[in-house]
Write a protein that binds this ligand. Structure first.
Ligand SMILES: [Zn+2]
Length: 105
């Protein structure tokens, strides 16, 4: 009844690829694969001390150095704070492949 194709989900972490590179990737995915959807998901760190939000997941706030931070990332289709996650979701987060180690979580 419902036709659904493959979804490619790309976690960007703190990276900010340029728009031409992203456009090139999307064109290659749709021209060369059977993917029907591509989702790009950045990750964030929210600081409870200085109330600033930074791109990427960090154990300390990049602005003030506080360890009173919470990560915000996407899981099962929506963005949530990591502190609300159960053990299974935390396991998935730690198992995500990261091409560059900028994250302390
Ligand atoms: Zn801070």
């Amino acid at each position: 009844m419902i036709e659904a194709g493959a979804l490619t989900h790309i976690w960007l972490g703190e990276s900010r690829p340029d728009s031409a590179s992203l456009a090139n990737l999307v064109q290659k995915i749709f021209r060369n694969t059977l993917n029907d959807q591509v989702a790009f998901s950045p990750e964030f760190t929210s600081c409870n001390a200085c109330a600033r939000t930074s791109r990427g997941l960090f154990a300390e706030c990049p602005y003030c150095g506080s360890e009173e931070v919470d990560g915000i990332t996407r899981i099962t289709g929506y963005f949530t704070k990591i502190s609300s996650w159960n053990k299974g979701k935390l396991g998935e987060l730690h198992d995500r492949y990261r091409s560059r180690r900028g994250s302390a979580l």
